[in-house]
Structure formats: C-alpha cells, structure tokens
Design a binder for this molecule. Structure first.
Ligand SMILES: C[S@@+](CC[C@H](N)C(=O)[O-])C[C@H]1O[C@@H](n2cnc3c(N)ncnc32)[C@H](O)[C@@H]1O
Length: 165
C-alpha cells in the first residue's frame, strides 16, 4: 500500500543512526555499539512500543524473562485515572544495556504516539557501547558497578586505621 500525503497526523518520521553494531557475548550479553562518531544530540533510534494491559503485565509478562526488556509506562484507565504498567519496546530499544555512571544515550517516552526516542547525550566515540539508564531498581548485578570489598580487604582497612593512630 502506498500512503499519500493525506493525513499527516498518521505519519511518524522514523530515524536511525547508522552504522550501529550489535555485539554478542559482552559481559552484559548483547549490546549496541557505535560504528562511527556520534555527535551529542543526534537521534539514534525511534522505536515503537506495545503498551501492556496492566493485568496482562502483572499476571503473565511480569513472570517471564520478557519483563527484563520492558519499560515502565503510564496507563490510563477507562475512567481517565492513571496507573502504571510496562511496555515492550520493539527494535534496538530492547538491546541497549544499562550504565549507572556513564550513560551516553538518553531516552524519552512519546506517550501520544507510543514511541521511545533515543538521543546521544554527549559525543560518542567510534566503538563505544551505547548505554542508557534503567533507573535505580536493577533486576541484575551491574557489571560496571565497583566490586564490593571482601572481608579480608575490610579487615586490612581497619588495621590500616589502627596504624595511623
Ligand atoms: C533490555 S536487555 C539488554 C540486552 C541484553 N544484554 C541481551 O543480550 O538481550 C536487559 C538485560 O541486559 C543485561 N544488562 C544490561 N545492562 C547490564 C549491566 N550494566 N550489567 C549487567 N547486565 C546488564 C541484564 O541481563 C538485563 O536484564
């Protein structure tokens, strides 16, 4: 079907930066990498989402691995009040990994059009992984997080304090 000019409200411009690479077997599983420099502010992708019915989300998707790929999303009840649900993001949006301290990609919900728009939040070097923030409540161990000290290291730190006294 060819869409003519007709109703511009139904036509959403999609943008995807190129080249991007999907790399498997990173410490975070699969991840998305820049194939060349990306300037701050560049749109990296525009992804359509599937907003889940809140009951379907808690009773079904929330019990599966797919849950780890969903984004928090507001949902409007038939009476007009707002509640929370999840949305499945199609395309690359589901492949961006999390970084707590060095995100280079920001994302924004477009509620009206049921899209997520991803943009570079700083200049990105060729070969860098594209990472977003998932927020504070992670469901996995963050491989970028500074490793916790083991008991021996804590004991050594305490002894060092005594030495100083
Ligand atoms: C939306 S998926 C991202 C793509 C995923 N790496 C894959 O291979 O399908 C989210 C999952 O990626 C992994 N992940 C993302 N960021 C991570 C991080 N900082 N440290 C460890 N695992 C991470 C976790 O397994 C998480 O549940």
């Amino acid at each position: 079907m060819v869409v003519k000019h007709g109703d511009p409200g139904n036509k959403i411009a999609l943008q995807r930066f190129s080249p991007l690479y999907l790399i498997s077997n990173t410490p975070k599983g699969r991840g998305v990498y820049a194939g060349r420099e990306i300037s701050s502010g560049t749109t990296i992708d525009v992804c359509a989402v599937l907003v889940l019915d809140p009951t379907e989300n808690t009773e079904h998707v929330g019990k599966t691995n797919l849950y780890n790929y969903t984004y928090n999303w507001p949902s409007i009840r038939p009476n007009g009040t707002s509640t929370k649900t999840q949305a499945v993001v199609f395309g690359l949006g589901s492949m961006f990994n999390h970084s707590s301290e060095d995100q280079n990609v920001g994302w924004m919900r477009d509620l009206e059009n049921e899209l997520v728009v991803y943009r570079a939040v700083r200049d990105i070097r060729e070969g860098e992984e594209l990472c977003i923030s998932y927020g504070d409540s992670l469901t996995f161990v963050d491989v970028d997080a500074p490793s916790r000290k083991d008991d021996n290291e804590v004991a050594e730190d305490l002894l060092a304090k005594f030495d100083l006294a």
